[in-house]
Design a protein around this ligand. Structure first.
Ligand SMILES: [Zn+2]
Length: 156
């Protein structure tokens, strides 16, 4: 499996930067904020990983939050459709993450983990893409792929 990662485009929505903002966004969109829906948002913001519906279901039940399988699926889809969370399509199913804004991913091919990263392309690159396509670039996402061996991460 090499190129099995696709982020599904969300409807445009302004960036959400905290759990409380995510909850406020649900309310402003008129979404019913059930206990189950709140549990899911709390978990995604707590773990800040990209997780399958199955993994979210398992983790919530592990934490003693009673929620059914179908409810997890339905809530994740509703949150994604309203632009509150992200969804990544992989060959083995969908993963959900807490970030709703445009960001790039670093995919570890060893662990299958996805790391969120904000990275800006040099304007020369954007310009070249515009020149080649005739389109005005308004946003982008990059998928990096990497392995765990070799590189020491820089201290931030
Ligand atoms: Zn992400």
């Amino acid at each position: 499996m090499s190129a099995g990662f696709v982020t599904i485009m969300q409807p445009p929505s302004s960036p959400i930067s905290s759990l409380s903002e995510a909850i406020a966004r649900c309310q402003s969109l008129g979404m019913r904020l059930s206990r189950q829906r709140r549990y899911i948002l709390e978990l995604l913001w707590d773990l800040q990983e990209h997780l399958s519906a199955r993994a979210i279901y398992d983790e919530l039940n592990h934490r003693g939050k009673k929620i059914g399988h179908t409810s997890v699926y339905q809530n994740l889809e509703a949150l994604f459709e309203h632009g509150i969370i992200e969804c990544v399509e992989r060959s083995d199913g969908r993963l959900y993450g807490h970030l709703n804004s445009a960001h790039s991913h670093v995919n570890c091919v060893d662990s299958q983990k996805i790391i969120d990263i904000n990275i800006e392309l040099p304007s020369t690159v954007i310009h070249e893409v515009e020149q080649r396509t005739g389109l005005k670039i308004t946003g982008y996402r990059i998928d990096f792929f990497g392995t765990t061996n070799g590189v020491q991460p820089e201290k931030q």
